[in-house]
Design a protein around this ligand. Sequence first.
Ligand code: MBD
Ligand code: FE
Length: 278
Amino acid sequence: MDQARIDAVLNYIKSKEKPGQGNERVKEIVNRMLKDLFNMMADLDITSEEMWHACDFLGEIGRNGEWGLVFAGTGIEHFIDVKMDWEDEQAGIHAKTPRTIEGPLYIEGSPVSKSYAELETEPEPNAERLYMSGIVKDENGNPVEGAKIEVWHCNTKGLYSHFDSTQPRFNLRRAIITDKDGKYEFKSFVPVGYSCPPGGSTDTLMALLGRHGSRPAHIHFFVTAPGFRKLTTQINIEGDPLTYDDFAFATREDLVPHVKRIPADQAAAYGKNEAFAK
Ligand code: MBD
Ligand code: FE
């Protein structure tokens, strides 16, 4: 199809918009999407059958509640990170801890505690115990008191509380406020990787792309503090076979901290809870 014909259709569609009505940003985005889409449809010779198949499939993704997973798996969410990195670079901002995607499984309102938290509402004592601590620092390396670390991860079945109704409310979700030295600490267990629901829309899409729909073991963080912009990030657990093959593209350099394995009888020395040694 020639470009003049494609452009004529686009102009015809746009001509229906009443100036001064509707939302200018929405018009801009939708028109650009249609422009790119129609050009693709012409270039790839999209058929009526393919169009209706897409219509059904997009609807199914929504009915399955999997749009967030599809955005992760197609790299759309990762692209926003790369775009923000680019903007930081242009502005001369060099953040020490890289950002990475939030993913679709965060919920607000986790229980808040000062400087230390145990993440398990439902203990999983047989899982490998995990202790993590850190210091929130500003761009000059000074500790930030009163920063809020929101942390969330999945259980040993790879499921997140709230989205898995069998888990207690806010299981493996906490908010920790840094102490006067900017420090936070928490205890939990080492989570396992996540896989998209088998047979679901994302799983199906990934298979059609010759890909898998799994993530390495990881822990999510939001870091917020008055006067600072928010950091959204994660850590990946070193040694997971998918650490560098994440379907959601969230693994980034500097987000795979060294995991120190400690004999159980020495573990009590780490963190505040003696019970941790068990
Ligand atoms: C997850 O646990 C996740 O973090 C992302 C980004 C996508 C799917 C599942
Ligand atoms: Fe996750």
